[in-house]
Design a protein around this ligand. Sequence first.
Ligand code: ZN
Length: 146
Amino acid sequence: MEHIDWEVQYLSLPAIRRHCQKCGGPSRFVCSGNFRVNAQRKSLDIWLIYRCACCHTTYNMDVYSRVGPDSIPPSELARFLQNDEQLAWQYATDNSVLQKNGVVLDTVDYQIQGLLPTPQMGKIQPLCVAGASGNSAEKKDGVFGR
Ligand SMILES: [Zn+2]
């Protein structure tokens, strides 16, 4: 039995599908990768900003809603203010955040990298596949019996 690791990678920040008021129906919203932070009295709102692919209407997805400033570590707050790319990826792919906002992932451009097993034992070919799917990117282990 051979053990092969495949890595599935997003090629861009995943878009979401939600109703667009201006378009009047479900639409694809592209993630800008930018956050908006709003401080009001003693509470903070933080949104991840998306734009409708058709009409460019902005949609602010709740990341934090009316939380105390002490509930977010200062280092993380600084990353929101700097539009940290890694943080945008973290929240754009967080199923609990997506569910709370009532949105679903749209198709995702991805590529798979790893080794492809061949019928001849011991011969393994490199694999690189690109495609689009709604599945989230994660490292997958493939196990092939022979
Ligand atoms: Zn629209």
